[in-house]
Design a protein around this ligand. Structure first.
Ligand code: F6P
Length: 483
C-alpha cells in the first residue's frame, strides 16, 4: 500500500486556501485503502454526521444529559449570537488593554503587571498552552496554579510582588475545591501583606456563577462570565481565556479566534471525505475502536506545543472516555484509546520503544510547524526528519528476515503496520494554533457522533468529588486552611 504510486497525493489534504490558516494532513500511513475510506465515510453518513454538525453550529441541544447546547463555535464567531459571549469578549478585551498599558492600579496605586491564574482542567490547560506557545519574552508574566497540594502556590507566591499581582480565579462552576482552596490561600497571602481591602483590586473572577463570584468577594467590574452552554474543556475561546488575553493582547487573541472560526467553516462546508476533522475522526474510530490499538500518541515536534498533549488529553478523554452512549446503551466498542503524549524528541527516548515494538499496535499523531523559524533552522529541519523517520518505522517496521543471520534478529524486528498521521502547520502562530485546537474539537465531536456518545458531559469525574466531600468531617477549605 505504502509504495502505491500516487498514494501520498490521494491520502493527504491541505486546508486553508484564501488566507485561512494553513494546515496539512498526511494520512498516507493509515492502515486504510480507498475502499476503507469509502466505507468509513458511508458510516459517517449513516450516523447522520452532517445533521449533528448543523445542530452543533445552530446552538441546538447537543449535550443531551445536561439539556444544553455547546457554544464554543459561537464563542469564536466574528459576532457571537450568545449575548454573554458577545458582551464578555468586549469586556475582556478592554480589561486586558487597560492591564497591558499599566492602567489597572492595585491597592497601593502601583499598576498590576503580573498574573496568577488559579484554575484547573479547562480553566487552566488552554491558557497555559496559549501562553507557553505564543507569549513573547516581554509579555506580562502569567503563572499558573492548579494543583491542590500547595507546592505550585507556594512557589508562585514566593516570587510574587503583592503590589503588582493580579489573581484570576477561573472556575466555570466556582465550586471546584482545588481552585477555591488555592484562591482562599492566595487571598490570605495578599491580605496579610496589603490589608483587608486589597483583594477588591487584585482578584478577578471568570465563571458561569456570578452569584458565587460576588459571594466570594470579587467586585462586579472584575467578574467575567461564561454561559452555561460553553463546556469547560471547550472554553478557552470565551472569558476563560482571560489570562491569555492579559499575556498576549487582543491582536494575537483576535487571530486565535479568527483561525478557529476559519477551521469551523472548513468543517461546516468541506465534503466528508475531504474534511480534516472528519478524516481524523474516521481514522481514530478505525484504529482505536475497530482495529483495537491499545493507545494513541500525541507527539508535537515543537517545544512551544509542550502543553498540547495535556490539553488534548482532557479534550479527548473527558469527551470520549465513556462506555455508555447518549441514550444510556452500553457501547459495543472502545470509545477512545489511552492517550499519551510528550514533545517529539523526548518521546523518542521514552515511549517510542514501546510504540515501535509492543505486542498490541500503538498509533500516533505527529504534529509540527513546517517553517524553519528561530535561530536554529538546521536543528528544526533535523527534528522534522526524525519525526518522519518515526512515522516510517511505525508504518513499515523492520522484518527479522531483513537482519538474518543476526542471532538477535527477532529482538530487533519491528512489527510495523502501525498507523499515524502527520499534521503540519504552515507556521506556529495564533491563527494556526486556533485552527489546530478547533480541528481537534471537531474531530472529537465527529468521533462522538460516530460512536453515539455525548462528548459534552463528564459524569465520571463527579463521583470522586462527592467521595471527598462526604468523607471530610469538616468543610474541605477549613481543614485545608486551619483558621
Ligand atoms: O474535570 C471535571 C471538570 O468539570 C472539567 O470539565 C473542568 O474543566 C474542571 O473540572 C474545572 O471545572 P471549573 O471550571 O468549574 O472549576
Amino acid at each position: 500500500m505504502l509504495d502505491d504510486s500516487g498514494r501520498f497525493d490521494e491520502f493527504s489534504l491541505a486546508c486553508g486556501e484564501g488566507g485561512a490558516p494553513r494546515l496539512f494532513l498526511d494520512f498516507s500511513r493509515q492502515r486504510a485503502r480507498r475502499e476503507t475510506l469509502r466505507l468509513l465515510a458511508g458510516f459517517a453518513d449513516a450516523r447522520r454526521l452532517e445533521a449533528w454538525r448543523s445542530a452543533l453550529f445552530d446552538g441546538e441541544i447537543v449535550n443531551l444529559s445536561e439539556a444544553r447546547p455547546a457554544l464554543h463555535t459561537d464563542a469564536r464567531a466574528p459576532e457571537p449570537r450568545d449575548p454573554i459571549l458577545s458582551l464578555e469578549r468586549k469586556r475582556v478585551s478592554e480589561f486586558a488593554a487597560r492591564f497591558r498599558s499599566g492602567q489597572w492600579p492595585g491597592a497601593q496605586g502601583r499598576p498590576l503587571a503580573r498574573v496568577v491564574n488559579i484554575g484547573i482542567g479547562g480553566s487552566d490547560l488552554g491558557v497555559r498552552l496559549l501562553c507557553s506557545a505564543l507569549a513573547a519574552a516581554e509579555a506580562p508574566r502569567v503563572d499558573f496554579v492548579s494543583e491542590m497540594d500547595g507546592v505550585e502556590l507556594e512557589r508562585v507566591l514566593s516570587g510574587a510582588v503583592p503590589e503588582e499581582t493580579l489573581f484570576v480565579v477561573c472556575s466555570k462552576s466556582f465550586t471546584t475545591t482545588e481552585t477555591l482552596a488555592n484562591a482562599y490561600a492566595a487571598r490570605h497571602w495578599l491580605v496579610s501583606r496589603l490589608g483587608q481591602d486589597a483583594p477588591a483590586r487584585h482578584f478577578a473572577g471568570v465563571s458561569s456563577n456570578a452569584g458565587a463570584m460576588s459571594g466570594w468577594g470579587i467586585r462586579p467590574e472584575m467578574q467575567f462570565r461564561i454561559p452555561e452552554g460553553v463546556g469547560g474543556r471547550y472554553s478557552v475561546w470565551s472569558a476563560a481565556g482571560l489570562s491569555a488575553w492579559l499575556a498576549l493582547g487582543s491582536g494575537q487573541m483576535g487571530d486565535f479566534l479568527v483561525g478557529a472560526a476559519a477551521l469551523d467553516r472548513h468543517f461546516l462546508i468541506a465534503p466528508l471525505a475531504r474534511n480534516l476533522p472528519v478524516l481524523m475522526a474516521l481514522f481514530a474510530l478505525w484504529n482505536q475502536s475497530l482495529l483495537g490499538s491499545s493507545a494513541h500518541l500525541l507527539l508535537p515536534y515543537d517545544t512551544r506545543l509542550g502543553m498540547l498533549p495535556a490539553y488534548l488529553q482532557q479534550l479527548e478523554l473527558e469527551s470520549l472516555g465513556k462506555s455508555a452512549d447518549a441514550q444510556g446503551r452500553p457501547l459495543s466498542v472502545e470509545g477512545v484509546a489511552a492517550l499519551l503524549g510528550t514533545t517529539g524528541s523526548s518521546a523518542q527516548h521514552s515511549i517510542m520503544q514501546w510504540a515501535q515494538q509492543a505486542a498490541r499496535p500503538v498509533t500516533a499523531d505527529f504534529i509540527a510547524a513546517r517553517d524553519a523559524a528561530g535561530a536554529y533552522p538546521n536543528m528544526r529541519a533535523e527534528s522534522l526528519r526524525q519525526m518522519m523517520a518515526q512515522a516510517e518505522a511505525l508504518a513499515r517496521g523492520l522484518p527479522s528476515s531483513a537482519m538474518a543471520p543476526d542471532p538477535l534478529a527477532t529482538q530487533k524486528a519491528l512489527p510495523g503496520g502501525r498507523s499515524s498521521s502527520v499534521l503540519l502547520l504552515e507556521t506556529l502562530d495564533a491563527r494556526n494554533l486556533g485552527a489546530l485546537l478547533a480541528l481537534y474539537e471537531h474531530k472529537v465531536f465527529a468521533q462522538a457522533v460516530l460512536l453515539g456518545i455525548n462528548p459534552f458531559d463528564q459524569w465520571g469525574v463527579e463521583h470522586a468529588k462527592r467521595l471527598v466531600a462526604d468523607r471530610t468531617s469538616q468543610p474541605p477549605l477549613a481543614s485545608v486552611l486551619g483558621d
